[in-house]
Design a protein around this ligand. Structure first.
Ligand SMILES: NC(=O)c1ccc[n+]([C@@H]2O[C@H](COP(=O)([O-])OP(=O)(O)OC[C@H]3O[C@@H](n4cnc5c(N)ncnc54)[C@H](OP(=O)(O)O)[C@@H]3O)[C@@H](O)[C@H]2O)c1
Length: 274
């Protein structure tokens, strides 16, 4: 495993304090026989809220992202059921070695929430955007979801049990001006989710796509990160709408989707402000 993915004391079964920490978590996870959910993009916004709601619903949550400081801070708030995992969905090695950074007791992932995503460099007319930024949106929002899902799904198939939740968007239903690439990425998630669901019907694996409208998070500030006044621009963007969702509103829909009886699949859930 490349060294950059090794974070002693966090997501490793190593000797020393990290081991004690994980041993404690092991006991808790095993004693409570909790289900395990992997949430990508757990370091911020909707992903953090999903992690919190799932823990409240009794899950152990592996919270994945690139920002270990943010994940550790969340771990301090959410306690032992939250397991931080360094993961860059854009990096094939990082995804391929994902299980190497998790203690064996966390290898059985019952629920995968593909939430990581961004629109960095977006909200610009297509010809005015930067090609590398456009490609990075597709790389994260689409290829990242493919990579992580492909890495996780084998275990679900072997066990005949699992639930994959993909974070789509209303931008996956309708295009809009200055949204060509973000909308394209979420249209891809829309098609992927529906087709994936049909691939595994009758095999114990359910697939749900959540399609939120506007949610107030760091998303807009990150989108405008190429501009010096990105924070002000992001705030002005949100204020230009009458209302918006909070991350907790989206998290509630994820928990709702997971709590359905075995014969029920929420295939798509559109949630908008108002
Ligand atoms: N906000 C909205 O209005 C809205 C509406 C509909 C759908 N969505 C979708 O909801 C999801 C979450 O967005 P948000 O609003 O919560 O935005 P956010 O606050 O900016 O959070 C985005 C998350 O994605 C993670 N991420 C980005 N690139 C990553 C990578 N390469 N590898 C791993 N993690 C990565 C970030 O983690 P690090 O940067 O810390 O690694 C962060 O945790 C996205 O898929 C977005 O498209 C958002």
């Amino acid at each position: 495993m490349p060294d950059q993915w090794l974070i002693p004391g966090s997501a490793l079964c190593v000797e020393g304090s990290g081991f004690i920490l994980w041993d404690k978590r092991y006991n808790m996870a095993m004693n409570q026989n909790t289900q395990i959910a992997l949430v990508t993009g757990a370091s911020s916004g909707i992903g953090s809220a999903i992690a919190k709601s799932l823990i409240e619903a009794g899950f152990t949550v592996i919270g994945a992202g690139r920002n270990m400081d943010a994940l550790q801070m969340l771990s301090g708030q959410l306690g032992e059921p939250f397991v931080p995992l360094l993961l860059d969905v854009n990096d094939s090695d990082s995804v391929a070695t994902l299980f190497d950074r998790l203690c064996p007791q966390y290898h059985q992932i019952d629920v995968l929430v593909n939430n990581a995503g961004h629109d960095v460099g977006g909200r610009r007319r297509f010809d005015q955007g930067d090609t590398e930024q456009w490609v990075n949106i597709i790389e994260t929002n689409v290829s990242g979801v493919i990579r992580v899902t492909r890495r996780i799904i084998g275990g679900m198939i072997n066990r005949g049990n699992g639930h994959i939740v993909n974070m789509g968007s209303v931008a996956g239903l309708h295009g809009y001006a200055s949204g060509s690439i973000y909308s394209a990425s979420k249209h891809a998630i829309h098609g992927f989710s529906e087709s994936l669901r049909l691939d595994y019907v009758g095999m114990g694996i359910r697939v749900t796509e959540i399609l939120p409208g506007l949610v107030k998070t760091r998303f807009a500030a990150n989108r405008f990160s190429h501009e010096i006044d990105n924070e002000e621009k992001a705030e002005a963007f949100y204020q230009s709408f009458n209302s918006w969702l909070n991350p907790e509103d989206v998290a509630r829909t994820v928990v709702f989707s997971l709590q359905q009886p075995e014969n029920v699949t929420i295939s798509q859930l559109v949630v908008v402000p108002g």
